[in-house]
Write a protein that binds this ligand. Structure first.
Ligand SMILES: [Zn+2]
Length: 283
């Protein structure tokens, strides 16, 4: 499931490909992903609009466009959900079976494909208003982060998934960050010592920044092949597996800890898997 680093890499990849392109046609194949925008409203607003920019906020893609008249700025919000992919493909290419929305950009199509339809492509951007600070920005401050943690009795692993605390961390990077900070995933957020909070704050920034750097080296060969290697973490048949190998604890149950060689364990917290080293993460 794509988290902040994967969405950031995708944003950087798509931005230059989309900038300046005009939407000549809107093909909606799964109206559900537009909610709460209606298909009529979606089509009417986007037809003739031109892409001007693309930003990431948390795990969301924020497409910026000018309307047909060229005067008014529009925002289009994208979320990949569990299995979503967004890419450009040549028009002659057959559309994937699970294409949810296809935007005609002239010689190419912008395709949002989603086998499980948990993602979104909508004109309603209100979801971004509820997000906490961007972890790699100056708005993410240790003091504010510490105060927010003090207000929560949740296990720190579960709290890290709260997008109002800090935006963009999901199940994979929550485990990775806690391993880096040597903090037990079970520790209550409000029981973390000041030194642990500082370590956690730094680990969040380091782990995410490293993942973006690593992800930027993954070839995004979306053109018809499955070998993007990014959103399947190396599990697509032809995909390179180096991206998955980069993870230190996630999905490594029973394998040796890269630090102490004892076995990595898995447990369930809030119905989701947590991976950790009980020896290295005793704090
Ligand atoms: Zn260990």
């Amino acid at each position: 499931m794509p988290e902040l680093p994967e969405v950031e890499v995708l944003t950087r990849h798509l931005h230059p490909l989309l900038r300046g392109k005009t939407i000549h046609g809107v093909n909606i194949r799964r109206a559900k992903v537009l909610a709460p925008t209606s298909p009529q409203g979606f089509r009417r607003t986007l037809l003739g609009a031109k892409f001007t920019g693309l930003l990431r906020r948390g795990k969301y893609l924020l497409f910026q466009l000018n309307d047909k008249a060229g005067g008014q700025g529009l925002n289009l919000l994208g979320h990949l959900g569990m299995t979503g992919r967004m890419f450009l493909a040549h028009k002659q290419q057959t559309l994937p079976r699970h294409a949810a929305v296809v935007l005609d950009l002239g010689r190419e199509n912008f395709i949002y494909e989603d086998t499980r339809y948990f993602g979104r492509l909508t004109l309603d951007i209100s979801a971004t208003g509820k997000l906490g600070p961007e972890p790699l920005s100056r708005n993410f401050q240790p003091a504010t982060f510490a105060r927010a943690l003090k207000r929560s009795r949740q296990a720190i692993k579960v709290k890290l998934l709260d997008q109002t605390l800090v935006a963009g961390i999901g199940n994979i990077y929550a485990s990775e960050v806690l391993f880096r900070a040597r903090i037990s995933p079970k520790r209550a957020a409000n029981r973390l010592a000041p030194g642990q909070v500082k370590r956690l704050w730094r680990a969040i920034r380091e782990v995410l920044a490293e993942a973006i750097r690593c992800g930027s080296t993954v070839p995004l060969n979306f053109g018809g092949s499955k070998s993007d290697g990014l959103f399947y973490f190396g599990r697509a048949p032809e995909a390179p597996d180096f991206y998955e190998e980069r993870l230190q604890v996630y999905d490594r149950e029973g394998q040796p800890c890269l630090n102490c060689r004892r076995s990595i364990r898995r447990m369930t917290q809030a119905a989701r898997s947590t991976f950790y080293c009980p020896h290295c993460q005793r704090g």
